[in-house]
Design a protein around this ligand. Sequence first.
Ligand SMILES: O=C(O)CCC(=O)C(=O)O
Ligand SMILES: [Fe+2]
Length: 276
Amino acid sequence: MSVIKYNVTQEDKDVFNRDGYWISPKLIDDETIEKLRGAHDRIWSKDFDGDGSPLYPVARPKDKLQIRKLDNGWWINDEVRSFVTDENLGEIAADLLNEDEIRLWHDQVILKPGSGGEETKLGNVGWHQDYGYWRCSSTTNMVTVWLALQDTVIENGAMMTILGSHKWGEVEGSDTFFDQDMDKLRTKFATRDWVEEPCILKAGQASFHHALTFHGSGPNMTNDPRLSVVAHLMPGHTAYRKGRQHHSNVNLLGPRPYNGQPFNNDYFPLLYSRKA
Ligand SMILES: O=C(O)CCC(=O)C(=O)O
Ligand SMILES: [Fe+2]
């Protein structure tokens, strides 16, 4: 098990429900941080574990300052798998979401290159709601765990969340991760109180944000890449909801997905189940 056991308190839940995100204590030890940093090196150089292949090929970025991400790193990397399927991680998510079972929806391995002080938008992640991509899911009660593999502050491009924005519901057109014009997106979405809060994390800490919480991130002005591993987690009862929006996870249900089909096969591993 790679995640240190942590018992979520009522205060933690209150913070998550009030703000739409919560910052955890350090969840992994220094050795695991180093292993996951090594996992980044191996993934970007296409050194994979097992006989599978990634969901999308690991492409060489067109520009070295461009943000890099790989979905479902757990398919091809043992250290990533160990973190994103960890039972202790699942229990934290179950407590925050007030659910009895937690499965993995998918993961992301993200590298934001350091620009060395150069002003660039190429590393930005546009303001978005994760659920903006997940409308094929039967519930919005999902959570994203963003694990820092170095101390993460505004200067190296910390993720920022919009305080309380999970209460805004499903906002149309919020699938804007790849739009790197933060100012334009702010104008589009800031129709209510727009309070940007950086997720300042020590290496090994994680932020947990609700699937409806707006978030994004700006430039990494340092000389070092900002490395993270992200686990998108869902309740065990999450099922396919037809006719809303396509997501590649629907393909993983088999050749004939049907409305109401649970996302509960091997592609969506169970992290945690509450004992009665
Ligand atoms: O890495 C980032 O800055 C944003 C990642 C993100 O959108 C997420 O974890 O849901
Ligand atoms: Fe996101």
